[in-house]
Ligand binder design. Structure first.
Ligand SMILES: Nc1ncnc2c1ncn2[C@@H]1O[C@H](COP(=O)(O)OP(=O)(O)OP(=O)(O)O)[C@@H](O)[C@H]1O
Ligand SMILES: [Mg+2]
Length: 273
């Protein structure tokens, strides 16, 4: 139904996705901010339909990696990248791939919720309208999109009678859920979350974690966290990074019980960072 009308030059991402079980695959990915190398030879295979957490000390390159996957880094003129990042088997740095198509597939949630200063309803419809500028939707269609998205983030019952309320008046936890909800009408296949719970209290963190589990399977989720307990509870696989390199990527349960590298053990035991 809500096809954006944007056709890729080669095969569409949906077709490719059927041929691969990887949501994100990187090969020899290196990234520099000017002269400073922030990512070194990253070779990752992030599986479709799982929640994968990414952990590591401050400055190790977690946000840089996430920003590379939806091509936000390239806005900075002094960033250079080599190697490749495949999203469902399609190299997103291939010149034939359109940025808008990447953004449609890959949604990102930031550390601080950033709702638009408009109503809850308009926040949900914003991305959808942007990606469907050439189409007309009835009020009923839009109502359905708004309800479905808010249902998915477990916010519908709370806000259904206040859809015209300003999104910025919601609690931080609700704002963060709204920021996830507004990605959904665009039908992304991957959700990148950069420390989505760091501004929340324990109750808000628990609620957003519950939501992440609710979404798991429908979306491939890559979540950065400094909270070891959260990584342990909320993810199936875990990636440990240190100084721009991936040290270990394995089942979360295994990583926390039997880490394969001394650096991983040191980090999860809180010896640095
Ligand atoms: N826009 C930028 N310009 C120059 N250097 C940057 C930029 N963004 C990040 N860096 C540098 O790249 C390295 C990796 O930073 P990044 O923000 O990806 O780390 P991080 O693992 O997300 O850290 P944190 O846990 O503190 O969020 C750091 O040394 C940082 O100073
Ligand atoms: Mg970061």
């Amino acid at each position: 139904m809500m096809d954006s009308g944007i056709v890729m030059n080669t095969t569409t991402l949906t077709e490719i996705e059927l041929n691969t079980e990887l949501a994100i695959g990187t090969s020899a990915l290196n990234l520099w901010y000017g002269d400073f190398q922030a990512l070194y030879d990253i070779n990752l295979e992030i599986k479709q339909g799982l929640v994968t957490s990414m952990i590591g000390p401050s400055g190790c390159g977690k946000s840089t990696f996430l920003r590379s996957v939806n091509r936000i880094n390239e806005r900075l003129g002094y960033v250079s990248i080599d190697g490749s990042i495949d999203v469902f088997g399609n190299n997103i740095y291939n010149p034939e791939v359109e940025l808008v198509q990447v953004r449609k597939q890959v949604g990102m949630v930031l550390q601080r919720s950033n709702p638009l200063p408009t109503s809850i309803r308009e926040n949900i419809l914003f991305g959808h309208k942007l990606h469907n500028r050439d189409k007309k939707y009835s009020r009923d269609d839009e109502d359905e999109i708004v309800e479905e998205s808010l249902q998915q983030v477990l916010l519908w019952d709370k806000v259904k009678d206040h859809l015209k309320r300003k999104a910025t008046e919601l609690s931080l936890e609700e704002q963060q859920k709204l920021c996830i909800a507004r990605l959904l009408p665009v039908k992304p296949r991957i959700l990148l979350m950069d420390e989505p719970c760091s501004a929340l209290d324990p109750k808000g963190t628990a609620a957003v974690e519950e939501l992440i589990w609710e979404l798991c399977g429908k979306y491939s989720i890559l979540i950065v966290t400094h909270n070891m307990a959260q990584a342990r509870r909320a993810s199936e696989e875990c990636i440990f990074m240190l100084m721009g390199k991936v040290i270990e990527h394995t089942d979360t349960a295994d990583m926390f019980v039997t880490p394969q590298h001394q650096e991983t053990a040191d980090y999860i035991e809180g010896r640095y960072g």
